[in-house]
Write a protein that binds this ligand. Structure first.
Ligand SMILES: [Fe+2]
Length: 383
């Protein structure tokens, strides 16, 4: 079978992100096996996806041509890239135009970060959200004057470094709202490479083997000469140390305690029964004491429908008290059942990820990529 690689184009994860956020129609042919596809796939409001495993296409694509539309762009997707190039070439040879493959496959998709401006802070400061669209992780950069703080950094730390460099700001603080179980934190690595201070809630750090600054309610972290303050609010439940951050009296970074359409799960350290009461107290009492006008900025999103303007994921706290189902379970027993029973599967390799984030294991870059494949699953409701 002859193929001509020049016939097919690759689409980068960045270009695909732009299409999804721009609500452009796209047809995705995902050629991974059915289990991987059902576990995790590319989603968007205008995306239609069909899964036909690669091994069914080894003899050619003639049998599936009628399933491939001619009125839209077609993107072939696989785990790493190789099979999708092969299938895209076959489709092109069979007369399909406008077919491309995803550069780097789902691995590259998992790693793309899209920076989105959230809003202005006083005295000319800015807060950005970094949307890891393929995995659903959200991290933040607070900029004021010539300084920056990064919250819940993911492993691709070079993205934050070049973003800060372009804006001529120095990263002074990296902060984790909790010990993450779904992704490998970039907070410590980023602190080491930039000379920043790394902050972590001490109650999540019992087994942590490296030096960190204790993120507690008495610590106010200041960014820039204009003194944008980051005020921690202890909010246990998802983990026992989980700590939210109020930035510039405007934004509430909730970590994995509260999302836009769901709430955090308490079971990723094996202590759901112990922590469910803390989670209830955080969501139904502690956050209630805060201003309803705070803009909630979570550490994850669960579904493409949560992506707002330009990809931004945010909501007013008062609106979440009306609309988020997890904040509207008045009966305590029902709440307990909702957050401890019928939970979605736990994130892939979550225990190994926790060990890495404690500094106890040192997987290679490639092993870290493998550990992180799949969706984040930090909420009580899966997709
Ligand atoms: Fe988490």
């Amino acid at each position: 079978m002859t193929t001509n690689p020049s016939q097919v184009r690759g689409m980068t994860a960045a270009a695909l992100t732009k299409k999804i956020l721009g609500n452009q129609p796209l047809f995705i042919l995902d050629v991974r096996n059915e289990a991987d596809f059902n576990d995790w796939k590319i989603e968007g409001k205008q995306i239609q996806t069909v899964n036909i495993p690669y091994f069914e296409l080894l003899d050619g694509v003639e049998n599936i041509l009628d399933q491939i539309p001619d009125d839209r762009e077609v993107l072939v997707v696989c785990a790493k890239e190789g099979s999708s190039i092969f299938v895209a070439e076959q489709l092109t040879e069979q007369g399909k135009v406008n077919v491309s493959f995803l550069n780097g496959g789902m691995k590259a998709w998992s790693e793309h970060l899209e920076p989105v401006k959230v809003g202005e802070l006083k005295d000319g400061g800015t807060i950005y959200q970094f949307v890891r669209i393929g995995k659903g992780c959200l991290s933040y950069m607070v900029i004021s004057g010539d300084e920056a703080a990064i919250i819940d950094a993911v492993r691709m730390t070079e993205v934050y470094e070049s973003f800060a460099h372009d804006r001529r700001v120095l990263i002074k603080h990296t902060i984790d709202t909790h010990l993450h179980a779904d992704h490998i934190s970039g907070g410590r690595k980023l602190a080491e490479s930039t000379g920043a201070s790394y902050w972590l809630p001490p109650k999540d750090a019992d087994e942590v083997v490296f030096f960190y600054h204790k993120l507690g309610q008495s610590s106010t972290i200041t960014v820039g000469k204009s003194t944008i303050s980051i005020q921690p609010v202890y909010s246990p439940g998802h983990t026992i140390g989980s700590t939210s951050l109020i930035v510039d009296d405007q934004y509430l970074l909730t970590g994995d305690s509260l999302f836009v359409q769901s709430i955090g799960r308490p079971d990723l350290a094996g202590k759901a029964e112990d922590w469910v009461g803390d989670l209830r107290n955080t969501l139904y009492n502690r956050y209630k004491l805060l201003s309803e006008d705070l803009t909630v900025l979570p550490a994850h999103f669960g579904q493409a429908t949560e992506l707002g303007d330009g990809g931004k994921v945010s909501a007013r706290l008062g609106d979440l008290y009306r609309m988020n189902p997890g904040l509207n379970i008045q009966d305590e027993a029902k709440f307990r059942a909702a957050v401890t029973e019928s939970l979605p599967p736990q994130p892939n390799a979550y225990e190994a990820i926790r060990q890495t984030n404690m500094g106890k294991t040192f997987p290679s870059d490639e092993e870290q990529r493998e550990m992180e494949l799949g969706p984040n699953r930090c909420a009580i409701h899966d997709k």
